[in-house]
Design a protein around this ligand. Structure first.
Ligand code: FES
Length: 566
């Protein structure tokens, strides 16, 4: 056992007379001689009481640890932080959300590095969990399996399945006088019936889908709802799986490659998943040293039929996808159409093609309603578009949720410095049909932290402007956002990007077919305004927000913390 190659890292921490103090510390926690002879598997458990998304993860991690022990490993559990994107939404707290992705990555990396684990399982739920976990996995490059904690079950209100997205939109409807206090209160009580992540194909569920697509999770684990009776068994299998992955010495960088990232982009486009996937996949690629650009996202999206009939753009929730066949159903549809690289490696040592083609799909009549056949898609193109133009020379992201599958919009700018000013104007009915709401100084550095504008976009919808008001921002929008919304505008206003120069009344055009976002200003006019522009004073000069403001890269590079790029 001493020369067990699987123990190449933990051996350094527990073998030999000089490590008696270390073993002594472990014995204080109940470890035995037998435990020291087994590989040490870190179990990053992102359980927390700050959000229902992760509320149940202690139970999940417990099953994972049982599986690890059954397969001859020694599990060592440790925590990492989580910020609840829904509860942070709509106020200054959201600035902590993207920062939390970096802290999750850093903390898993640091603990695993310091403790010398031989392998890793990470269990997460809320939006930033899986991206942070994958970033850490790539940095550490030790055998790793990721387990997504699962979605919340749908709430039921007035006979319809609802999620927290409906509550956000109801706030706008309430402000517009379209629903009364009693209806808002009843919906609030019905929408979130228990633990799990927000129910639609918002950011967390999108990333759950992609972690399976990438081959870093066991096939069929992500769509299982948090409270589903199968979840415990799946979690135990993950514990067993990580030992097999360690035996085969399969590492994240063997799995996360340009091809597997292209598969992930393909699935995000086919499903109409959250635009945050663009940011997160670019950040993961950046950690892996893989060059993937916004143009790759646009190219793949153009070649990909939109087949996911999932909220916010469609009709169904993640729990319905589970009934219909889960992530393997999507992968099978795309694979049969020749749209995925089948030869990419997964944690099992099999290729994605072998895994998916051998996965037993249920005979579900829901399947073709939740995920359309590739031959009869919702739209011929994918749901992500990368725009450029004199508003966003380094790119911006548009999610095509309109039933037409396209956006063609021209209107006068209504410019707001920050989310709060925009929300107040919209809620007071001061934004009119035809307006383009510009929200700036909300980018990675300007916010800092690139807040999600769900309160604003939900207020726009709630006021009845489903597709007749557009929004353009250097912040993000939530996975739950719908309507003609452009985010991730780069360069951001804080670094003097064109968004900083736009004034009320300037006419902005969003053209998804031409992939353009432009303002009707000449280069000379933009230059003259730039010469007169002054950066606002930073909102934070100390603490975590000031620190991360300095470290964030551009949204066009994934807004990850770097020591180099600006
Ligand atoms: Fe965690 Fe929505 S708040 S997934």
């Amino acid at each position: 056992m001493e020369n067990d190659p699987r123990r190449s890292r933990s051996r350094v921490t527990v073998d030999g007379p000089e490590r008696a103090p270390h073993r002594s510390m472990y014995r204080a926690m109940g470890l035995t001689d037998a435990d020291f002879r087994n590989p040490f598997v870190g179990v990053a458990n992102l359980a927390t009481e700050v959000t229902p998304c992760n509320f149940h993860l202690d139970q999940v991690a417990r099953e994972v640890k049982t599986g690890i022990r059954e397969a001859g490993g020694t599990p060592i559990e440790f925590p990492a932080i989580t910020v609840s994107d829904a509860i942070a939404m709509g106020h200054q707290g959201m600035k902590g959300s993207l920062i939390s992705r970096e802290i999750i990555a850093d903390s898993i990396e640091v603990v695993t590095f310091a403790e010398g684990f031989d392998a890793l399982v990470a269990v997460g739920g809320c939006d930033k969990n899986l991206p942070g976990i994958l970033m850490a996995a790539v940095r550490l490059n030790i055998p790793t399996v990721v387990l997504y904690g699962g979605t919340m079950m749908p709430g039921v209100f007035q006979g319809k399945a609802v999620s927290v997205e409906d509550v956000f939109e109801a706030v706008g409807a309430h402000a517009a006088g379209r629903i009364d206090d009693a209806e808002l209160d009843a919906l609030e009580r019905a929408a979130c019936p228990g633990p799990g992540t927000c129910g639609g194909l918002f950011t967390a569920n999108t990333m759950g889908t992609l972690v399976e697509t990438l081959g870093m999770a066991r096939l069929g684990t992500s769509a299982v709802p948090a409270m589903h009776p199968d979840r415990a068994a799946r979690a135990r299998e993950v514990g067993q799986q990580v030992m097999a992955t360690l035996d085969s010495n399969i590492r994240p960088k063997d799995i996360i490659t340009l091809k597997s990232l292209e598969n992930a982009v393909r699935v995000a486009a086919a499903l109409g998943g959250s635009t945050n996937a663009v940011l997160h996949l670019m950040a993961i690629a950046g950690e892996a040293g893989i060059a993937i650009t916004l143009e790759d996202f646009d190219r793949i999206s153009r070649e990909t039929p939109h087949i996911g009939n999932l909220k916010p753009g469609g009709e169904y929730l993640m729990a319905h996808l589970h009934e219909a066949g889960g992530v393997p159903l999507i992968l099978r549809r795309l694979m049969d159409a020749g749209l995925l690289h089948e030869d990419v490696l997964t944690i099992t040592g099999k290729t994605l093609g072998e895994e998916v083609r051998n996965y037993p799909l249920p005979d579900s009549e829901l399947a073709s309603r939740v995920v359309y056949p590739v031959e009869k898609p919702l739209h011929p193109d994918g749901a992500l578009a990368i725009l450029r133009g004199n508003v966003a020379p380094d790119g911006a992201v548009l999610k095509l949720t309109d039933p037409s599958g396209q956006v063609q919009f021209t209107g006068p700018a209504r410019v707001f410095d920050g989310e709060e000013a925009a929300f107040q104007a919209i809620s007071a009915g001061r934004v009119q049909s035809g307006d383009v709401v510009v929200i700036r100084y909300e980018g990675p550095k300007g916010g800092p932290g690139m807040r999600e504008m769900l309160s604003v976009t939900a207020a726009i919808i709630g006021q009845g402007h489903v597709s007749d008001v557009a929004m353009v921002t250097d912040g993000r929008f939530s996975g739950a956002t719908r309507g003609p919304m452009v985010g991730h505008v780069a360069p951001e206003a804080w670094v003097g990007g064109p968004l900083a120069l736009i004034r009320d009344g300037d006419r902005i055009t969003i053209d998804s077919q031409k992939r353009q976002i432009t303002v009707d200003l000449t280069a000379e006019e933009l230059e003259a305004r730039r010469a007169a522009w002054q950066r606002p004073a930073p909102r934070y000069t100390a603490g975590a927000l000031a620190k991360y403001q300095r470290l964030f890269s551009s949204a066009s590079l994934g807004a990850r913390t770097t020591l180099g790029e600006s």
